[in-house]
Design a protein around this ligand. Structure first.
Ligand code: FAD
Length: 391
């Protein structure tokens, strides 16, 4: 792509920035409505990396997510590779277990692979006529008044411009599209971080790919000021997520050496630690992620730009509803387009007015649920700080 060239796109075409979970599902919905769609994604095509390598990162898919997948006819396909979790199993510090069902018998949320879901969606998107997915295209800027994107072709490091007629920002919690809307008049914006980060770890498979913990459950190790959870994968492993303070006596800052990490896990997660043979490598190699809530309004600019998914409403993960809510955005948008006969201005107005109170409520409940787990679950009886420091 030559530097500073302008690529025109057809009047009716839709440009989706971000080919993650929400962007790819949105592309599928819009393509099936007959729109030409172009998806621009910063990262390389995840399907070219071959079979899913490395550790699986999984997500809990629940009702609003399933409805969105049913809407494009792929719920069954995904269900085949998901693991139903019928309840949660709590692990106390003595390794004793208690369980709580999620609902009536047979009601479950599902553990699904993030990468697998994204790949399936991208495969289906590309099977639709009139859809182009362009990977390694990073948006640098959006000129919302002139409907122009500034993009960087990542492999050649070339910057160029492209016109759009309608733009959907599905580019996640740190959205470039939202960044452009922030410079428009009367755009409300706030972001707040928890003083906690998260780290993904791994419980190994047992003999012949068996599960070393109850397979059909979401596991929780609540410890007052922090907690670990684990969701099952198809290969017998579990992906664990440790939600942990950045600072303090029990925190990322306090665990600086492999001996400290091993000691801490053996003391605090005694039934999980022996199942985590690569604990220290994972702990020091895997990044520490931050936990942000993003609120903004409006989500649209005239009838030409709309934010969806985390770009509009990133929430902390303690209700497992971020992706599910983003998927629901796609269902609602699709429904409104039908009801309002593709009057985009009316659709965008209704969409943001309808969705905003719902996603605000989810954001609040997610933080509340974290506080509930953090503050109302009994604190470990003794402080490990001194013992950790001596390691
Ligand atoms: P993203 O998944 O962030 O995708 C955005 C895409 O846009 C990416 O592919 C990115 O590369 C691309 N992009 C970004 N910037 C640019 C740019 N400038 N130019 C071009 N492309 C760009 N949700 C659940 O429902 N259930 C769960 O169990 C759950 N667990 C979670 C656990 C953790 C630890 C975390 C952090 C989140 C969890 N979530 C969960 C939330 C979920 O991950 C998000 O809500 C979901 O990924 C949002 O999808 P999205 O497509 O809007 O954004």
């Amino acid at each position: 792509m030559p530097a500073s060239s302008t690529v025109a796109t057809a009047e009716t075409s839709l440009t989706i920035l971000g080919g993650g979970l929400v962007g790819s599902l949105l592309a599928l919905y819009m393509a099936r409505r007959g729109f030409p769609v172009q998806v621009l994604e910063r990262r390389p095509d995840p399907r070219l990396a071959g079979p899913i390598e490395g550790r699986s990162i999984n997500l809990a898919l629940s009702d609003r997510g399933w409805r969105a997948l049913e809407g494009v006819g792929i719920a069954e396909e995904i269900r085949q590779v998901g693991i139903p979790m019928y309840g949660r199993v709590m692990h106390d510090q003595q390794g004793r277990l208690t369980s709580q069902p999620y609902g009536a018998k047979d009601q479950a949320i599902y553990s699904v692979s993030r990468a697998g879901l994204n790949r399936t969606l991208l495969d289906l998107v590309e099977q639709q006529p009139g859809v182009a997915v362009r990977f390694e295209q990073q948006c640098l800027n959006v000129d919302v008044r002139n409907r122009r994107l500034e993009l960087r072709d990542v492999p050649t490091d070339t910057v160029y411009e492209q016109q759009y007629s309608r733009l959907f920002g599905a580019d996640g919690a740190y959205s470039a599209v939202r960044g452009a809307l922030q410079k428009t008049d009367r755009f409300d914006y706030s972001q707040s971080y928890l003083e906690y980060g998260y780290k993904e770890l791994n419980i190994a498979a047992g003999p012949a790919g068996s599960w070393q913990l109850e397979k059909h459950a979401l596991h929780i190790w609540p410890r007052g000021q922090y907690m670990m959870i684990a969701l099952p994968n198809l290969d017998g492993t579990f992906t664990c997520t440790l939600f942990f303070p950045y600072e303090g006596p029990h925190s990322f800052a306090a665990l600086q050496t492999p001996a400290q990490v091993e000691f801490f896990f053996q003391e605090v997660f005694p039934d999980a630690a022996p199942l985590m043979p690569e604990l220290t490598e994972d702990f020091f190699q895997n990044p520490t992620g931050s936990l942000v809530t993003v609120r903004c309004f409006p989500w649209s600019y005239q009838d030409s730009v709309l934010l969806l998914g985390d770009a509009a409403h990133a929430i902390v993960p303690f209700y497992g509803q971020g992706m599910n809510a983003g998927f629901e955005d796609c269902t609602i948008l699709h429904q409104l387009l039908g009801e309002q006969d593709h009057d985009w201005q009316a659709v965008f107005d209704t969409f943001e007015r309808q969705r905003k109170p719902n996603t605000d409520a989810m954001a609040e409940m997610a933080v509340y649920n974290f506080e509930e787990m953090r503050d109302r679950v009994a604190d470990p009886r003794f402080l490990l700080q001194k013992k950790i420091e001596s390691k």
